[in-house]
Design a protein around this ligand. Structure first.
Ligand code: FAD
Length: 306
């Protein structure tokens, strides 16, 4: 990496971390170790995913509650509206709000049967992410994050349709967007340019997925519509049975992606942690986000990443 990169830039960088609700006690213990390691980095917020159709409703609630009661970190609950009536979704919103949740990541979600299955709005339900944002805002002035797709959502016929949906979400009150994960920073940069040209000015946080298992990520990619560049596949080629090298290559790839985004002026990052702290923690260290670091914001650095 270029030696001119400034590690003190960390004081103006904001990070957030995404977790999924654990299924077993062992997984819960591991998640808690992760939360305990990442919380001192003072993330803007952490978020907990929600199974489409409400499949993780209790586990998501339990995880959020524990974060809210045992840490000082802001917690956002993901919420989907697929396969549910407005009444069902609103009940969940009331439950979460009663627990002290003030932030949501509002999503449509994928229909039962997976990403390829044909999406049909539920009669009497919120039809898409934009309608869900409006529904949430009707409850209270929640902080609402929404999804964004640098390579467009697989169901969108084109970028214009896709960005129009993002615009509707913003018009209905979304505060920020978090992108689907991607590996080509040029694609992200071009997408943000398109979004700005469409008159959307909320932060578009790059969603960073550290590659713990390349084969598994390849699967995610085909479902999410994320392109795997040939150079990336080449880097992991032959490493299926070599976990040590795989881990080193993963660190290098993730660090390179994030450092390049920092060079391009990006100051907000969202990490898909897969409930593991090691890579997000190391990347944060590289970009100067360290325990307690956001307490010492140095205004003189404010122009450094612009
Ligand atoms: P929307 O924003 O409503 O729509 C997505 C796109 O699909 C739109 O841009 C639009 O162009 C197109 N579209 C929508 N409806 C139509 C239509 N009728 N005809 C044509 N095009 C249409 N999933 C979960 O189950 N749980 C989670 O916790 C979760 N968290 C996520 C977090 C992030 C940051 C991201 C990026 C995704 C997450 N997902 C999650 C996945 C998400 O639910 C899926 O990508 C889903 O397919 C779309 O949800 P959305 O809110 O993006 O949909």
């Amino acid at each position: 990496f270029r030696q001119s990169r400034r590690s003190d830039i960390g004081s103006i960088i904001r990070v957030s971390f995404e977790f999924f609700p654990p299924k077993t006690e062992v997984m819960e213990e591991r998640l808690w170790e992760t939360v305990t390691r990442l919380a001192p980095l003072n993330p803007e917020f952490v978020s907990v995913t929600y199974g489409a159709g409400g499949t993780t409703r209790e586990r998501t609630a339990r995880t959020i509650k524990r974060i809210l009661t045992e840490t000082d970190v802001n917690a956002a609950a993901h919420l989907t509206c697929v396969d549910a009536t407005k009444e069902e979704v609103d009940t969940v919103v009331r439950e979460f709000a009663a627990m002290g949740v003030k932030r949501f990541v509002a999503l449509r979600g994928d229909p039962a049967g997976g990403v390829g299955a044909h999406y049909k709005p539920t009669p009497g339900g919120y039809e898409n992410g934009a309608e869900l944002v409006a529904g949430l805002k009707a409850f209270a002035d929640f902080d609402i994050s929404v999804s964004a797709y640098p390579e467009k959502h697989p169901e969108s016929p084109d970028f214009a349709t896709d960005i129009d949906m993002l615009k509707r979400k913003v018009d209905n009150g979304a505060t920020r967007a978090i992108t689907q994960f991607f590996f080509e920073n040029d694609l992200y940069e071009r997408y943000v340019e398109k979004v700005r040209r469409a008159g959307i000015y909320i932060p578009i946080l790059p969603g960073i997925l550290p590659i713990h298992n390349f084969t598994q990520v390849t699967n995610f990619c085909s479902k999410a519509g994320t392109h795997i560049p040939a150079w990336l596949a080449e880097r992991f080629d032959g490493l299926d049975n070599d976990p040590q090298t795989h881990a080193l290559v993963s660190s290098a790839v993730a660090a390179e992606q994030v450092l390049d985004l920092v060079e391009r002026g990006i100051q907000d990052f969202h990490f898909y942690t897969m409930n593991r702290a090691d890579l997000p923690f190391a990347i944060c260290h590289l970009i100067g986000v360290r325990p307690g670091s956001s307490d010492t914001v140095d205004a003189s650095l404010a122009g450094a990443a612009a």
